[in-house]
Design a protein around this ligand. Structure first.
Ligand SMILES: [Mg+2]
Length: 247
């Protein structure tokens, strides 16, 4: 996988999910997002109940409602993105977070490269990173390429492999990963990614597949999975992985 003729960068790569990871589920963005996705299903001619069922089914099956929509229905993923993520009032819901910026600034770049790995399209991803004022802290962004007819997304193995290819890293043990989705971290761990952290804000309510759920109930953390650490604040990364911070 290494680029021909070039030796691979010896540093590790830390991959950050974006939504509900770089900002808290307490922002309730997932709730607003869920409503827009539901409205999209309804606009396809489905009744309210059918829309809810299918939304949840696709989320569970594919990790992303849109993945199911593009597989089983004739829809334009870019139109979906424009109507759902594109209309989110993000500027009202999140703001620059100096603590988060310090966390990124304190990552030791001689040891680790910093990438984002999201299931969103690039427009939404860049918008969030810009509002949080950390876009310049992220070296590379791997996003779901909705322009490709058969795009992949987390937790599919192909998506992680493609991400590694984009970052030019072939050693899975050198990949560190932080995500709020249990499935996504488990998938990364199964592929041999060296260190995985499940960002889990127990007690907060989030919406997944159109359904609200309280985090911390029904064994929804990856705590029982070997070698996955569970954190409820990104600051805890300084404690669990102290070697990648310069201070
Ligand atoms: Mg997320």
């Amino acid at each position: 996988m290494s680029r021909q003729g070039l030796s691979e960068d010896p540093r590790m790569v830390i991959w950050f999910d974006i939504d509900n990871t770089l900002y808290s589920a307490g922002t309730r963005i997932s709730q607003v997002m869920g409503k827009r996705i539901h409205a999209y299903f309804v606009s396809m001619g489905l009744h309210e109940e059918e829309a809810s069922e299918l939304h949840l089914k696709y989320y569970k099956e594919y990790g992303l409602a849109l993945r199911g929509l593009t597989r089983h229905h004739k829809i334009d993923p870019l139109d979906f993105d424009e109507k759902c993520d594109g209309t989110l009032p993000l500027e009202d819901l999140i703001r620059p977070d100096p603590k988060l910026r310090s966390l990124f600034e304190d990552l030791d770049r001689t040891k680790v490269r910093v990438w984002a790995l999201t299931n969103a399209y690039k427009n939404h991803a860049n918008r969030v990173l810009n509002i949080l004022n950390i876009r310049d802290q992220i070296e590379g962004l791997v996003y779901c390429d909705y322009e490709q007819p058969n795009f992949t997304c987390k937790p599919e193995a192909d998506y992680y492999h493609d991400a590694m290819r984009q970052a030019g890293i072939s050693d899975t043990s050198k990949c560190l990963f932080v995500d709020d989705s249990k499935q996504n971290v488990i998938s990364a761990k199964r592929l041999g990614w060296g260190r995985c952290a499940h960002f889990h804000e127990a007690g907060l309510v989030t919406v997944e597949g159109g359904k609200a759920k309280t985090l911390g109930q029904n064994g929804d953390t990856a705590a029982d999975t070997d070698d996955i650490v569970v954190i409820n604040n990104l600051e805890e990364l300084r404690i669990v992985w102290p070697d990648i911070f310069s201070k």
